[in-house]
Write a protein that binds this ligand. Structure first.
Ligand code: 9MR
Length: 415
């Protein structure tokens, strides 16, 4: 990060005098753009969408002759995999991600956030920008361990803080989540339950939490991650004591607690066809056939750079065809081999940009896909590195809160 910070500082200081041309990855055109329309040597101005043209390395645009580069953002060495000092675009100059999503007919583009981040003024400034984000998801503070740490003792302070922020900005909130095997307090996981006692405890939790936020959240992830990757049901405390009926009971209870909230099942590794996706489809069909209230399928979208499923759009369309809305609820696309590639190579950043664009394009092409949420917008607060050692850099903003090429991939996907 040292080299990068240094570059950003130098670029910011020298930009007006030196760069009559845009740097590699910089903007070079688009509706309303008053800056340079030519690129530094070694890069070419390529239109991403009507709002955004970008200087791409000439190696990525083989129709252009390759010239020796003198850009400060170019690799200092040569050859594939050589670390480069940037790829960072700086601050956004385009229409904003939420505006682009809305222009494309979507309900929102949003971000997850978490309460400890609220002390970071620079972070909040971007989160509060409704041109970028029209929707917020609390990453942790509406979960069971946060809201009912002791049985029937409810604490809403963290969730309320996120809701208040979003309400103040005019951003909608996705409630996350009501029933999940993870982040449960020990009184749930270690309790001695029967079907009847756990059903009552689960209904009490949903009634109180969804009741507290009644009329204030757009939707709830009522049941989160009910399946194993092989398509079998996850044998968590709910499944073991109540059976698969816990899902229908949870949905019905949530409907009674907040009749206007859209009720979702949220899951990961359903971005591609397979056993898990097939089981989810069967579940949704059987819930619908039994008139259980269910309004949406959340496709989380925790993906890996270079490995975005090619059938994502097909899967989104399949889910929408079941008579529910679909949302990408937790998108991030992480790099798996950080130690050897830090700072990121231009190739990785370009691949990540392409990957973000293809995910957004998939949602854009499916009318039933109503919006996309990224699982926090900046690498500064991404969950990935603390969960997967040596992996990360998953977000469209870097840890310095500058946008990465991925940002432009999102814009291009909505175009
Ligand atoms: O972002 C959340 C992180 O701060 C928590 O430590 C983690 C604990 O399980 O949960 C993260 O959010 C998860 C979300 O609630 C459900 N889908 C997977 C997300 C990433 O783990």
């Amino acid at each position: 990060m040292h080299g990068l910070a240094q570059f950003v500082a130098i670029a910011a200081f020298a930009a007006p005098a030196v760069f009559a041309q845009s740097a590699i990855w910089g903007q070079c055109g688009g509706e309303g753009w008053a800056g340079p329309t030519t690129c530094v040597s070694g890069s070419t101005c390529v239109e991403s969408n009507p709002y955004y043209s970008q200087c791409l390395p000439s190696t990525a645009t083989p129709t252009q002759p390759s010239e020796p580069s003198n850009s400060p953002s170019s690799p200092s060495g040569s050859g594939g995999g050589t670390p480069v000092s940037t790829g960072i675009v700086g601050q956004p100059t385009g229409p904003g991600l939420n505006l682009a999503a809305k222009k494309a007919g979507k309900k929102y583009f949003g971000s997850a956030t978490d309460n400890p981040e609220f002390t970071d003024a620079a972070y909040l400034k971007i989160l509060n920008d409704t041109n970028e984000f029209g929707q917020i998801t609390p990453g942790n503070s509406m979960k069971w361990d946060a809201t009912e740490p002791e049985q029937n003792t409810f604490t809403f302070s963290g969730g309320d803080q996120v809701l208040d922020l979003a309400e103040g900005n005019g951003q909608i909130v996705r409630g996350h989540n009501l029933v999940w095997y993870n982040q449960l307090p020990s009184w749930v996981t270690s309790g001695t339950w029967t079907n009847a006692t756990l059903t009552a405890a689960m209904k009490n939790h949903i009634t109180n939490v969804a009741g507290h936020y009644k009329g204030k959240v757009y939707c709830w992830d009522v049941v989160n991650e009910p399946f194993n990757d092989d398509g079998t049901y996850r044998t968590d405390v709910f499944y073991e004591n109540i059976g698969i009926e816990y899902i229908a009971i949870a949905l019905q209870t949530a409907r009674e607690a907040d009749p206007n909230a859209k009720l979702y099942i949220n899951e990961y590794n359903i971005e591609y066809a397979g056993a898990k996706a097939t089981s989810l489809v069967s579940l949704v069909q059987s819930l619908k056939a039994a008139n259980v209230p269910l309004d949406g399928i959340g496709v989380q979208g925790h993906l890996i750079v270079g490995e975005v499923p090619t059938d994502l759009e097909t899967q989104l369309a399949l889910y929408a065809s079941l008579g529910v809305e679909v949302a990408i609820t937790e998108l991030d696309i992480h790099v798996t081999d950080l130690p050897t590639t830090l700072p990121e190579t231009a190739a990785l950043l370009a691949q990540q940009q392409e990957d973000y664009q293809s995910v957004i394009t998939a949602c854009n092409n499916v009318p039933g896909c109503i919006g996309v949420t990224i699982w926090d917008y900046t690498d500064k607060y991404s969950w990935v590195p603390s969960t997967f050692s040596g992996q990360g850099d998953a977000c469209p903003w870097d840890a310095n809160l500058d946008i990465k090429p991925a940002y432009n991939g999102i814009l291009a996907g909505f175009a």
